[in-house]
Design a protein around this ligand. Sequence first.
Ligand code: NAG
Ligand code: NAG
Ligand code: NAG
Ligand code: NAG
Ligand code: ZN
Length: 483
Amino acid sequence: MMSLCFAVCAFLILAPCTAAPRDAAGGAFIRNKLLLISFDGFRWDYDRDVDTPNLDKMAQEGVKARYVTPAFLTITSPTHFTLLTGRYIENHGVIHNMWFNTSTQEKKQYYSTQFVDSYWDNGSLPIWITAQRQGLKVGSLHFPGTAATYRGETVKVKEVEPQFYDYSNETDWRWNIDKVIGEWFHDQDLDFVSLYFGEPDKTGHKYGPDSPERQKMVQQVDRTVGYMRERIHHFGLSDQLNMIITADHGMTTVLRGGLVEEIILSKIPGFNFKDITFHLVDYGPSGMLLPKEGQLEKVYQALKGAHPHLHVYKKEEMPAHLHYSRHPRLLPIILFADPGYVINGFLPLQFHKGEHGFDNQVMDMKPFFRAVGPDFRKDLEVEPFETVHVYALMCHILGIKPEVHDGHLNSTKNMLISKESTGETNNPQKMSLYQVVIGLTTLTAFLALVFAVTATYHVSKRKASRSYKSKHAAVEDHRDTRF
Ligand SMILES: *[C@@H]1O[C@H](CO)[C@@H](O)[C@H](O)[C@H]1NC(C)=O
Ligand SMILES: *[C@@H]1O[C@H](CO)[C@@H](O)[C@H](O)[C@H]1NC(C)=O
Ligand SMILES: *[C@@H]1O[C@H](CO)[C@@H](O)[C@H](O)[C@H]1NC(C)=O
Ligand SMILES: *[C@@H]1O[C@H](CO)[C@@H](O)[C@H](O)[C@H]1NC(C)=O
Ligand SMILES: [Zn+2]
């Protein structure tokens, strides 16, 4: 009789506790949404010679980095994939905008390369897939890498641009924003979306980074940021949606018009394309060469020091800070030029006024970085950091367990409003009262269970068995919840 009473009491204590962890987990970690936006080629200082009221307002209400340092090679697909994976380019394997095959000589341009799954899926999972595997709802619009399949899985909600897409049309930009904010975040309740705009890169290449055309395009970007934030507000998402705006690289002016001695490989004494099996040149300031069998040393010696603004490295001797030497896709000789110069094969055939692809230490290669939303501090300017760290930040905000990566939350966590949560910031000294309460609740529940089991055992075998089963399940629940 006494035992039965204890069993009932224990059940009464346990019952509310059984439901607690789920509520508790929700209370301890509130998952806000995250929108990652890239404006291709938006250099860190592009807001200095243009009025950008919307970007300024966003900086007041959020976080701004003085600049960020992209991965090398500072071109679109490789650096975007570093944002998505937290890995340096030599580790994620998307080493160039172009896919190529050195035995067939086949090359694919940026757009076609988007559809070569094996090129993107080289062992590093982008955050989309990781988030989906952990139960989050994910979308991506036009972001490099969106079209590919990773370990058999694609981004569930996605839009890939058509082949001849006009990346500059402001009307289309607004449609895309309406889709992402209105349909994806609001109607479909997605947790994470990446969104890509092809400007001001295109204008920067065509007219140069100092041109009035580039300034005008930065105003278009600013209007777009204003529109985006207005839409977020309109759909009542301001309190749950974090937004990170950054870019893949910067832009610098190409020197020409007889001002400088161009780098033209075929004109370099002792260098002969006949000694080369495969080459990737005429692509801005960088290049890669695969010399014929036994010709590596000859090619290397001919090129090394041949032009004062041309850097020539054997792949394994690349400067360590570039993290661009280990991957098997990299060819044995890697070339890159100083700011202002591009690498030509036979003739100067490159006519862009602006270029990127230079050393990531060059200030003109640095992108901007802004963030705003419920998890970010306000009116804070932070010191520069490498974009390889953005991945850890995003995983932390989304509350997902990251894959192996090359970055660290260390570099960015000071921009977050400190809140107790699971993950890398969890520090025993900072255990909140809340966590203590949850801990005690669990302990109480466990003790109650032990008591209940002991007590009910004496009532009847059948009853005890039923009681144990349900309460054992309750303990399992507790154990699965991370504090
Ligand atoms: C390049 O082409 C050759 C010959 O068709 C093929 O064997 C090889 O697998 C290809 N390599 C890549 C990276 O596609
Ligand atoms: C990555 O690509 C390299 C070269 O194309 C290939 O040898 C390697 O097997 C790939 N690794 C994975 C995990 O896909
Ligand atoms: C921009 O796109 C809209 C809608 O697709 C189209 O109607 C308009 O003509 C385009 N504007 C330009 C300048 O191409
Ligand atoms: C994190 O930051 C601290 C202090 O800035 C530094 O000492 C530590 O090595 C960093 N940890 C990692 C893993 O980068
Ligand atoms: Zn780019």
